[in-house]
Design a protein around this ligand. Sequence first.
Ligand code: NAP
Ligand code: G4F
Length: 339
Amino acid sequence: MGKAALITGANGQDGSYLAEFLLGEGYRVYGLVRRSSTVTTERIAHLVGQQRFELIAGDVTDATGVHRIVQQLRPDEIYNLAAQSHVGVSFDLPSATIEVNAVGPLNLLEAIRAESPHTRFYQAGTSELFGNSPPPQNENTPMIPRSPYAVAKLAAHSLVRLYREAYGVFACAGILFNHESPRRGEEFVTRKITMYVARLAVAMENNAGNPPGDWPKLILGNLDAKRDWSFAGDAVRGMWLMLQQGQPDDFVLASGESHSVREFLELAFKPLDLDYRDFVRIDPAFFRPAEVNHLCGDATKARRVLGWSPQVSFEELVTRMVESDMAREQDCHGLRCAS
Ligand code: NAP
Ligand code: G4F
């Protein structure tokens, strides 16, 4: 019989790719999604109904519910991807962010310790842990968080180590640098840019190839921040590899290349042959009270131990995201025209 895995945050960007990946590996996959008054399962709608895929209603902040789910399933692996994952929003919602991002993993680790000690655990950690520690950052770089999001993730990171050392839980923390895809949440800077470019492209198609004169601006914050961007599909393969090793450990997953938000903009606007500066307005509201300036990961350990390396380049990633949003925008425009 194949293995069973529970994914929290199954409807997130990473959760959807991981569910596809694990189903491909023959797993039975349980996707934890929280109840909402509107449908929030768009990213995994194509998996619902498949024989080895099941959705479970739950919330990682609900210790009793988490305990019961782990007790009932006793899965081989748990991937904790659930989070309030927006760094900027964490400054406005610090308590909620700490609850989901720190208490959530604690609830899962406690449930594993009490009910299912054989279960292997993956915690979705982040390069935000490093704050402004100079690049390149690896597993030994000082962690000096600069947001409520990162403070909560540091607590989770420390809990993984504690439960490994104190209770022998097979718990691994990924330290993942930014990874994106056509399924990226719309309020992250990459997707915000590619959706704007796609709308502009379709508007130009309908305007004899010229940008519409009164076209609304793309409103952004700090364009000088540098990030190490890779593809989410590559990242989930690395998460899985961590749980297949002989010993639990923590790993950085990154491309080793960093680019500014400005460079992302330049590349995204390239197919339109337009200068992004004519379309972008800077609004201080999008600057954060404390910024992480430069992230660039050193994934030597993951390459050596896991045999992991990213397959999609930065240029290919931007192209895929722009093309996907253009196709979506064209479909949507076609429907509007037909109605
Ligand atoms: P995402 O798209 O925002 O997905 C997060 C998921 O968590 C969403 O499906 C959300 O549910 C769910 N969630 C939030 N609160 C929950 C709760 N209380 N109980 C159960 N589920 C809850 O994030 P992502 O980009 O896939 O990232 C996955 C994980 O990796 C996150 O932990 C993130 O912090 C971490 N990470 C991401 C990156 C990156 O670049 N993507 C890098 C490093 C680390 P709804 O759909 O209902 O909102
Ligand atoms: O796209 P972002 O919001 O991603 P950020 O803050 O790097 O966080 C992402 O990656 C982390 C891993 O390093 C994850 F842990 C986290 O869950 C998330 O997935 O912002 C990227 C950069 C920042 O420097 C931000 O200040 O873009 C800058 N930025 C400029 N204008 C903007 C905007 N960010 C957003 N979201 N929206 C803007 O308008």
